[in-house]
Write a protein that binds this ligand. Structure first.
Ligand code: PGA
Ligand code: ZN
Length: 433
């Protein structure tokens, strides 16, 4: 069998923050080699698969020698001879090797890089791009991008409490046009920062460094940049990733910028006031991962007009998606394969969300590499939406550019998810309330 796994090898390479990460090469009986690279988050949910790090002095403790040795040892032994084209079987074996809830023994990083390498090898063996291999004959749509303009929170020394100020080009008809619209807003936002003497470079995902006096100032600057770039609200809308687990605990939300301390209800009220005042169409992790009551209240208040995404709140877990659907929390899920640990587990979480008619957004991490598989997953799974950070730094641009290559290739023109990917009606927005 050509697609039988002959060998699995792990290596230490480096990510976009200059930290070690795990690369895995899977070689098939045919001689074909597939590759996978683990990304790494900075604002991590406490229930996601953990990156196994060596600690100690070398590499500031970020070393992955143990994770790599697990790939070369237990993982390679278990996968040898298995059929790489049977992703579910390979992933089942990986999960079986480390049944801890967060894959803490072998490391989510060694496991996800292996799972991704198996997928890459299988697609290469089949002689098709990964997205087409995943689509398996089903029709799929190019994803609507979510592009970061200002990067704050854990990605910018907590310069702002809110982590991501992003835009979504709802008026675009193609992926290419969508990127042009985002690029325009990104460029203009930078010009505005320069005019005010506040241009200090970029944060971890390439968004402009958020030198603002308040979280709301970033929001109003973003709205102004959309205007100045010549887009009407409705054409380009704002998305926020609050990443509230970074500053919220036990129903209290403590903002460093402005030193405000909110109770749950006041915090949610503030978010809703922003939604009324600015053209916001999507909000991710509005409350902390432990605040189910807050997520339920926020979802109830805004669902129908705003996409409510669970990231740290759902950690790409099918069981957590099911639970959230049952109790009315969120109407969309962020899908990060390394939160789950394997491709199959991530696909299962996405499928559960789709069954509930939620929005599904495939997402990169703040620590990335030249690996572009996230683009293929978003397209091949027909997720409808893709989030890979900003519009600068090549670990981000590699993904966007891969999308352009796919769109201009054999892909049927017009198959762009667009605004229809949102689990909400397109909200007319009539200006500040
Ligand atoms: P992370 O950030 O990769 O640092 O977790 C991305 C996100 O929160 O969506
Ligand atoms: Zn997030």
């Amino acid at each position: 069998m050509d697609s039988a796994i002959r060998s699995v090898r792990g290596f230490r390479i480096w990510d976009s923050r200059g930290r070690p990460t795990v690369e895995v090469e899977v070689t098939l009986a045919s001689g074909i080699v597939g590759r996978g690279i683990a990304p790494a988050g900075a604002s991590r949910g406490s229930h996601e698969a953990v990156d196994l790090r060596d600690g100690g002095e070398a590499h500031g403790g970020w070393g992955v020698d143990h994770a790599v040795s697990h790939v070369d040892g237990e993982i390679a032994a278990a996968l040898q001879g298995r059929d790489a084209s049977d992703q579910a079987d390979c992933d089942r074996i990986l999960v079986g090797l480390d049944p801890t809830p967060t894959k803490a023994r072998l490391g989510g990083n060694s496991i996800v890089a292996t799972s991704m390498a198996v997928l890459d090898a299988a697609a290469r063996q089949a002689g098709v791009p990964t997205w087409r291999h995943l689509a398996a004959g089903r029709s799929v749509r190019m994803p609507l991008p979510q592009v970061q303009i200002f990067g704050g929170g854990a990605h910018a020394g907590r310069r702002t409490d809110i982590q991501d100020f992003l835009v979504m080009p709802l008026g675009a008809a193609t992926f290419d046009e969508a990127l042009v619209m985002c690029a325009d807003v990104y460029r203009v936002a930078g010009q505005r920062m320069r005019r005010r003497g506040r241009l200090y470079g970029v944060a971890d995902e390439g968004g402009w460094w958020p030198a603002f006096d308040s979280n709301e100032e970033a929001l109003s600057e973003l709205a102004a940049a959309i205007d100045e770039a010549g887009y009407r609200h409705g054409e380009v809308m704002i998305c926020l990733d609050i990443a509230a687990s970074e500053f919220g605990r036990d129903g209290r939300y403590r903002l460093a910028l402005g030193e405000h301390d909110f109770g749950r209800d006041d915090w949610i009220e503030l978010l809703i006031r922003w939604i009324d005042r600015y053209p916001i169409v999507s909000v991710e992790d509005p409350v902390a991962e432990d605040d189910e009551a807050g997520m339920k209240a926020f979802t109830r208040a805004v669902a129908g007009r705003v996409q409510v995404i669970g990231d740290d709140f759902l950690v790409t877990s099918a069981a957590r998606v099911d639970h959230a659907v049952g109790i009315g929390c969120c109407n969309a899920v962020l899908i990060k394969p390394n939160q789950a640990g394997t491709i199959s587990e991530a696909a299962a979480a996405l499928a559960r969300a789709r069954d509930a008619q939620w929005g599904t957004i495939v997402s990169a991490r703040s620590g990335e590499t030249e690996d572009v598989s996230i683009m293929h997953l978003a397209l091949g799974w027909d997720a409808g939406q893709l989030k890979v950070g900003s519009f600068a730094r090549s670990e981000r641009m590699a993904k966007w550019n891969e999308g352009l290559r796919i769109e201009r290739g054999a892909f049927p023109p017009g198959a762009f998810a667009g605004a229809g990917a949102l689990p909400v009606g397109r909200r007319p927005w009539s200006g500040p309330g």
